[in-house]
Ligand binder design. Structure first.
Ligand code: HGY
Ligand code: MN
Ligand code: MN
Length: 422
C-alpha cells in the first residue's frame, strides 16, 4: 500500500505569522530592534533552531552565532544548496527584512520533509547573525565568517557601550578564537540563494509579486570625525573665532545630498550623527557622522566618495576644523550568477508570473557569500517599498508566491560547474 504523504505546500499566512513571532524578540518595547550577540538574538536563534529541527534538519549555532540548519540529500554529506538570510535587524526595524528569507526557506524544507523527499544535494539554511552592522559598524560579519573573509580587527571594534566584539562573543558563550571554524569551503556549497523583500518600489509600481535580482549594488561606508573647539555658547562671538564642529558637519551633510543627488543611480546617506559634548550652551567641539554611498557602478561610487572626502576637507579647512575618516565597508557590486537567475526565472514563470529582473539597492549577505560561491536572489514585493521602518509589510499572497517559486527552484535545481575564479 503506498502512503500518500501530505503535500504540505508552504503557507504565506504561516510564514508571515512566524516572522511576526520572531519580531517579539526585541530589545525595543514598542517595536523591533535585535542586534548582533544580544540576548534577544540568542532567544530568536533558539526559536529558529527549533523550527529547523521540526522539519528534519540538523541545526546548530556556528562559531560566530549564525543559526545553521542542514537537510541531508539522498547521500549523506553531499554538497549543499545554501539558502537563508539574516536574523539581526536595524533599530526600530520592520519584521520581514531578513527573517522572511530564513522562514520561507525553512517552510520549503517542511514541504520536502512532509513528502519524505530527498534531493541529489543537501539543503543548508543560514540565519546570519549580523548583516546590518548596527552594533559594531562593520557589516556582513556573519556571512563574512562563513566566506572566510572576516577581518580579525573587527573583534576589537567597540559598540556604543564600549564593549568589544570579542567581549560580546564571550558574553554570548562564543569563543572568538574558534571563528575560523565557521568558514565553509567552496566545494561544500553549490550556490547561495536568498529570498528577501525588495525594500524598494519597483515591483509594486509594476504590479508584480516577485522579481529576480541581477546584482547587489556596491557600497562604501565611512565613519567621519570633525574636531573644532568647544566653547561657551554665550560668550564666543559668531564668525572666525568659533570652530563649531557641528556646523562644519552640517555643511558636509548637505554636500552629500548635493553631490550624490547630481549623479543618476548614485545614493548617499548620513544615517547617524553625534556631537560632543552635546550640551545646549556649549559650542560643539566634535562631530561624528556616518556616510553610506552606493551605486550599481563601482567607478561612479568610488569617484563620488573621493569627491565627498575632498569636499569635507575643503569645508574643514575654511572653518579651521580637523577631519579624520575611517573606512567601515568597501564592497564592490556583487553580480548574481546568470545560471541561477535563469533557474529562478523559470520557477517564477511556472506560476504564470511575468519575470522582472532588477538590481538591489539594498545590501545583502550575498555580497559576502559571493567570495565562496555563486549567488542568486529572489525579491518579494513589499508595501510602498518601505523597509528599515516598522511600517514594512508584505501580503501573505505574495509571500506564498515567493515560497512556491523558491520550492520549485529547489526541486528543479541543477548545479552547474562554477566559473573558475578569475
Ligand atoms: O544596508 C543595507 O542595505 C542592508 O539592509 N543591510
Ligand atoms: Mn536585509
Ligand atoms: Mn536591512
Amino acid at each position: 500500500m503506498t502512503t500518500i504523504m501530505p503535500s504540505i505546500e508552504p503557507s504565506g499566512e504561516r510564514i508571515v505569522a512566524l516572522c511576526d513571532k520572531l519580531a517579539l524578540h526585541s530589545s525595543q518595547p514598542d517595536g523591533l530592534t535585535r542586534i548582533f550577540l544580544s540576548p534577544e538574538q540568542a532567544a530568536a536563534s533558539q526559536l529558529v533552531l527549533g523550527w529547523m529541527r521540526d522539519v528534519g534538519m540538523h541545526a546548530r549555532i556556528d562559531a560566530i552565532g549564525n543559526v545553521v540548519g542542514r537537510y541531508e540529500g539522498i547521500e549523506t554529506g553531499a554538497p549543499c544548496l545554501m539558502l537563508g538570510s539574516h536574523l539581526d535587524s536595524v533599530r526600530d526595524a520592520g519584521k520581514y527584512d531578513g527573517p522572511l528569507g530564513v522562514v520561507t526557506a525553512i517552510e520549503c524544507v517542511r514541504a520536502l520533509h512532509a513528502r519524505r523527499q530527498r534531493l541529489e544535494f543537501a539543503i543548508e539554511i543560514y540565519g546570519f547573525a549580523d548583516e546590518e552592522g548596527v552594533r559594531f559598524g562593520a557589516t556582513l560579519l556573519g556571512s563574512r565568517a562563513v566566506a572566510g573573509t572576516f577581518r580579525p580587527a573587527n573583534l576589537e571594534a567597540r559598540d556604543g557601550g564600549g564593549i568589544t566584539m570579542r567581549q560580546a562573543m564571550e558574553n554570548a558563550g562564543l569563543d572568538p578564537d574558534q571563528l575560523p571554524a565557521a568558514t565553509r569551503r567552496r566545494d561544500e556549497v553549490l550556490a547561495y540563494v536568498e529570498l528577501h523583500i525588495e525594500q524598494g518600489p519597483v515591483l509594486e509600481a509594476e504590479g508584480l509579486p516577485l522579481g529576480v535580482v541581477t546584482a547587489i549594488n556596491g557600497q562604501s561606508r565611512y565613519r567621519i570625525e570633525i574636531a573644532g573647539m568647544a566653547g561657551h555658547a554665550g560668550t564666543v562671538p559668531m564668525g572666525s573665532m568659533r570652530r563649531d564642529a557641528l556646523a562644519g558637519a552640517a555643511e558636509c551633510v548637505l554636500a552629500v545630498e548635493r553631490i550624490c543627488g547630481a549623479v543618476p543611480e548614485l545614493v548617499g546617506t548620513v544615517g547617524s550623527i553625534e556631537t560632543l559634548p552635546g550640551a545646549v550652551n556649549v559650542i560643539p567641539g566634535r562631530a561624528r557622522f556616518t556616510l553610506d554611498v552606493r551605486s550599481p557602478h563601482d567607478d561612479t561610487r568610488r569617484r563620488a566618495v573621493g569627491e565627498l572626502l575632498a569636499t569635507f576637507a575643503s569645508i574643514c579647512e575654511q572653518r579651521h576644523l580637523s577631519l579624520s575618516h575611517h573606512v567601515m565597508l568597501e564592497s564592490r557590486v556583487a553580480q548574481c550568477a546568470p545560471w541561477l537567475m535563469t533557474q529562478l526565472e523559470a520557477a517564477v514563470a511556472a506560476d504564470g508570473i511575468a519575470v522582472r529582473r532588477l538590481p538591489s539597492g539594498a545590501g545583502h549577505d550575498g555580497m559576502a557569500m559571493i567570495d565562496v560561491t555563486d549567488i542568486g536572489m529572489l525579491f518579494v514585493r513589499c508595501k510602498g517599498g518601505i523597509s528599515h521602518h516598522p511600517a514594512e509589510s508584505v501580503t501573505a499572497a505574495d509571500v506564498a508566491a515567493g515560497a512556491r517559486a523558491l520550492l520549485r527552484f529547489i526541486e528543479n535545481f541543477r548545479p552547474v560547474a562554477a566559473e573558475p575564479a578569475t
